[in-house]
Design a protein around this ligand. Structure first.
Ligand code: PAF
Length: 288
């Protein structure tokens, strides 16, 4: 395992070299953990790397701002790119390799293949961002081939993404374990996200609405309220902070369809704080 005093990670751009390096490590009996990211790393990413470093001998992190998962009017051009700071954070968190492919290597001329996950990708982010999950699934499938690790670590903050990736891995029999790690939050409860950097001071204060809504939902859930009331509690918190709601729904955590009575659920929320879309979620335990 790499430790916080480890040397700076080795930066690799060439897919074949990356793959050969991972396969050699595994042949040598080392367990390899993989954290796919788009960079602009923060404490949430560091927690994924640290968890991987505890559970694996070597950790590899990819940094690739994947153009295929951004819509034409989304923030691809202004998405924060902070490679030197990212590499420093990764050294301190215990990563051994950083994989930084060029867009032209991930999508060479003539690239014509897309991975489309149907049901769990259709609603929520999938409905609001058409093509987003095809972009995510396509690049994650490619990354899992180039970085054939034992396990991959994803943050629970993007809950629907974890469901889509699990579905793809199961359906395509990709030999990698998917680990989902808890959301890391700011002191006021805001889920850490690279897009929080877009928020003005006033927007940053209002962004706590999502966490407040989920906390309120959890209280209504524990009190035994109907799903409709639990969802309304989330919307009320967003209204109180003048945050337009994209969705506020309580669904089954694995299938993302309405939950069975008494079963565990997940509350999913997305809202727009100024021009920035923020997502969050909270698992709700089974109830009698
Ligand atoms: O969650 C992200 O940062 C991205 O969607 C991922 C999984 C790295 C694919 O580009």
């Amino acid at each position: 395992m790499n430790t916080p005093s480890s040397p700076a990670p080795l930066v690799v751009a060439e897919p074949r070299l990356m793959r050969d390096t991972i396969l050699a490590a595994r042949r040598a009996g080392r367990r390899v953990g993989f954290v796919p990211t788009m960079g602009a790393l923060h404490a949430g990413h560091a927690s994924l790397v640290e968890r991987a470093a505890v559970e694996c001998d070597d950790v590899v992190v990819s940094i690739f701002v994947n153009p295929k998962q951004f819509g034409p009017r989304e923030d691809l051009a202004r998405y924060p790119r902070t490679l030197p700071a990212d590499v420093a954070l990764l050294g301190a968190s215990g990563a051994r390799w950083v994989f930084v492919p060029e867009a032209a290597t991930a999508y060479p001329a003539g690239h014509a293949t897309s991975v489309v996950v149907a049901a769990p990708a259709a609603d929520f982010e999938g409905a609001i961002r058409p093509g987003h999950f095809a972009g995510v699934a396509t690049v994650v499938c490619w990354l899992f081939n180039v970085v054939p690790a034992d396990a991959a670590y994803f943050g629970a903050k993007d809950w629907q993404q974890t469901v889509v990736v699990r579905r793809m891995v199961a359906d395509l029999a990709i030999p990698i374990a998917i680990e989902v790690c808890p959301t890391v939050r700011e002191p006021d409860g805001l889920a850490m996200s690279s897009r929080n950097a877009y928020l003005s001071p006033d927007e940053r204060r209002r962004a706590v609405a999502l966490h407040e809504g989920l906390e309120s939902a959890a209280r209504h859930w524990q009190a035994g309220d109907d799903v409709a009331l639990v969802e309304e509690a989330i919307r009320a918190a967003l209204r109180a902070h003048d945050v337009p709601v994209d969705y506020a729904r309580v669904v089954d955590p694995q299938s993302l369809v309405p939950p069975r009575p008494g079963a565990a659920a997940v509350a999913l929320v997305a809202g727009r704080v100024g021009t920035t879309r923020l997502l969050d979620n909270l698992l709700l335990p089974p109830r009698p």
